[in-house]
Design a protein. Structure first.
Length: 169
């Protein structure tokens, strides 16, 4: 079963974020707190949304998908960025990942989103093969860029004065 996440899912989502980070060999980078998740998913201005996958027989939470809207200047429409898709190892192969992706595709269709995009680690061949089986197009000509920590602070320190207020998102 796929359902929208509720506030009661916060601890389980946080646990799965840590599991995903361990799988992706980056456990030390998963620093989010339950309070941050509560605010991001259920605060006054949600930054993201989540779906939960539950096992039909046991009712146990076996996976989640966390996404947020994006905007394309080329199409002039919103799209969806999938930040996390995770199915617990014992439940993989049971159709939960496909059900989560299909549910997100339905959200895209319902909202007129023309693009549904996410990243996958280049070494994660089982996941890449799964995505290819769904008809996913891998965009190899693009390189992800990231600024964080000290380089982000250093560049921000070089910003010119802003003449009008930039809205907080």
């Amino acid at each position: 079963m796929i359902r929208a996440a509720t506030v009661d899912d916060i601890a389980e989502i946080r646990a799965m974020i840590r599991e995903l980070a361990e799988y992706e060999r980056a456990a030390e980078q998963a620093r989010t707190t339950e309070e941050q998740l509560r605010d991001a998913l259920f605060g006054e201005h949600p930054a993201a949304f989540a779906l939960i996958a539950e096992d039909n027989e046991t009712g146990q939470t076996v996976g989640y998908a966390l996404w947020f809207p994006r905007f394309s200047t080329w199409t002039g429409t919103r799209g969806m960025h999938l930040e996390d898709l995770y199915v617990r190892s014992h439940a993989r192969g049971g159709g939960h990942g496909k059900a989560l992706l299909a549910s997100l595709a339905a959200v895209c269709q319902k909202n007129g989103y023309e693009r549904f995009e996410w990243w996958v680690l280049a070494w994660n061949e089982p996941t890449i093969d799964f995505y290819k089986s769904l008809g996913v197009e891998l965009l190899n000509e693009w390189t992800v860029c990231r600024l964080s920590d000290e380089p982000l602070r250093a560049l921000a320190a070089q910003a010119p004065a802003v003449h009008n207020r930039i809205p907080a998102l």
